[in-house]
Design a protein around this ligand. Structure first.
Ligand code: SF4
Ligand code: SF4
Length: 226
C-alpha cells in the first residue's frame, strides 16, 4: 500500500492528486525551512511515488503533526495522514527517540512509563492527601474507578511522574467546581504515542481502553490531556 492510498479522504472530499503545488501549506507550516523540511515537498514526493525515499529520510519526524498545513491547503489534501503513514512505514527499531519504547510499554503496562499499578495508586493517594492538607480542600479525595462519575480523567504520564503540581492544579479546579470525577486505576495513560509514531494498531488499542473505561464505569464525559 502506498502512502498516497493511505491518506483517506477528508470530509470536503479531496484526493492527493488535486495538489496544485501552490505552497500554501508550506507558508502555513511553522517549521518550513527547518532542516530542509517543507510540507509541499513531502506531498510532491508522495505524488511522484518516492515513498521509500521519504520513509528513509528524517523528514516525517521533523513535523509536529500540528495540522496547520491541512487547514491552509485550498484543496484539502490530507497532509498529516501522509506524514503519519510515512512514519508508520518505518521499521519500529528505527523510530527515533523514546516514542516507540513508550508505545510498547503503554501496550504492556497501561502507561507509557511502565509504572506498576501499586506505585500509581500510591502516588495518586499521596498527592491527594497532600492537597487535603491545604485550607479549603480538607475533604478532597481523588477517586479511582468510581462508577457513574460525571467525568473520566485520563492522565498525561508526566503528571504522575515529574509534574505532580499540574495534577494538583486540575484537582483544585475540579474540587472548586464540585466536579464529580474519577481516574482509572489501570490503563490510565492519556498520551497516545501511537498517534505520533504512526502505529495505527497501537493507537486504536489505547483509544479502545478509554472507551472501555467509559462504558464499564458508565461515564459520559472525558477529559483527555492530549
Ligand atoms: S497547499 Fe495543498 S494544494 Fe497547495 S501545495 Fe500544499 S498540499 Fe498542494
Ligand atoms: S502538521 Fe507538520 S507539515 Fe503540517 S503545518 Fe504542522 S508541522 Fe508543518
Amino acid at each position: 500500500m502506498s502512502i498516497k492510498n493511505l491518506a483517506p479522504l477528508r470530509p470536503i472530499h479531496s484526493v492527493p492528486d488535486l495538489c496544485m503545488a501552490c505552497g500554501t501549506c508550506s507558508a502555513g507550516c511553522p517549521i518550513t525551512g527547518m532542516d530542509g523540511f517543507d510540507p509541499r515537498k513531502i506531498v510532491r514526493m508522495v505524488l511522484m511515488g518516492r515513498d521509500r525515499e521519504l520513509v528513509e529520510s528524517k523528514l516525517p519526524w521533523i513535523c509536529t503533526l500540528c495540522g496547520k498545513c491541512e487547514y491552509a491547503c485550498p484543496m484539502g489534501i490530507n497532509i498529516v495522514q501522509m506524514i503519519r503513514s510515512a512514519r508508520g512505514m518505518v521499521d519500529r527499531d528505527k523510530v527515533p527517540g523514546q516514542i516507540h519504547k513508550g508505545v510498547e510499554l503503554g501496550l504492556k503496562t497501561g502507561n507509557n512509563l511502565g509504572l506498576p499499578a501499586e506505585d500509581f495508586t500510591f502516588i495518586i493517594e499521596d498527592v491527594a492527601s497532600e492537597l487535603a492538607e491545604e485550607p479549603g480542600f480538607e475533604d478532597f479525595t481523588a477517586p479511582l474507578d468510581k462508577k457513574g462519575a460525571n467525568l473520566l480523567h485520563t492522565l498525561h504520564n508526566k503528571l504522575v511522574n515529574t509534574q505532580n503540581e499540574d495534577l494538583v492544579h486540575w484537582w483544585k479546579i475540579f474540587h472548586l467546581a464540585k466536579e464529580d470525577f474519577t481516574i482509572p486505576s489501570e490503563n490510565w495513560e492519556g498520551v497516545n504515542w501511537g498517534l505520533f509514531s504512526g502505529d495505527d494498531d497501537a493507537m486504536k488499542i489505547v483509544v479502545g481502553r478509554i472507551v472501555d473505561h467509559m462504558k464499564n464505569l458508565e461515564i459520559k464525559n472525558l477529559m483527555y490531556p492530549e
